[in-house]
Design a protein around this ligand. Sequence first.
Ligand code: DC
Length: 225
Amino acid sequence: MYFVSDRPLIVAVDGPAAAGKGTLARRLAKELGLPYLDTGLLYRAVARKMVLAGRDPARDNGVAEARTLVAEDIARSDLRVPEIDRGASAVAKQGDVRAALLERQRQFGRETGAVLDGRDIGTIVFPDATVKLFVTASPLTRAERRLLQGHGGGGAGALERIAAEIAARDAQDAARASAPLKCAPDAVVIETDGMDPEAVLRRALSIIGTKLGSGVKADISAEPG
Ligand code: DC
């Protein structure tokens, strides 16, 4: 376990949809021996609960679902489908839903440190995170990656369709009033066009190594104190 200035190591990984931040964050957590939280799953689970209750995430408020989320809601296998992509983006605009999920995210890894990925980890959830990474890629690269993962149903126009969906979600995430997607001023940007996951991991580990090796070097220790 790593501690920096007596605080557990928090690595914030933010960025737009399909930029590779989930893959990076999961691999970083493994590499660093830290717990990992994909915070997008919280918003997805809220949207799924609403749909199951016959409510519309685009129209109805999801704060009751956000307050009562349990681990099984987040572990469901039906959270990464287009209906829930749209539903999660809609509930993520609701300020009271975000507030209800905030403490849960802050608690995660408070004792042990953690890697968290999302849109507002470095700006709102952990503004004092030890390391902040902002992972991005061009819309075309992101659409191609989604297509390779089997999204979009294939066929003519699939790439354009996915690119349009990604652009719409980006716009919604960046334009919302509550915790919009934006790069923290002290985040390091990783532009992943043309990089494979291994190269992205190496780059991130090098950024973390530099960060830990510079200003905070004297304070890093295996245990607090
Ligand atoms: O990362 P993802 O695609 O699973 O996220 C689903 C939605 O939730 C997406 O529209 C952005 C939103 N989200 C957010 O607003 N804040 C986060 N920390 C994580 C996700």
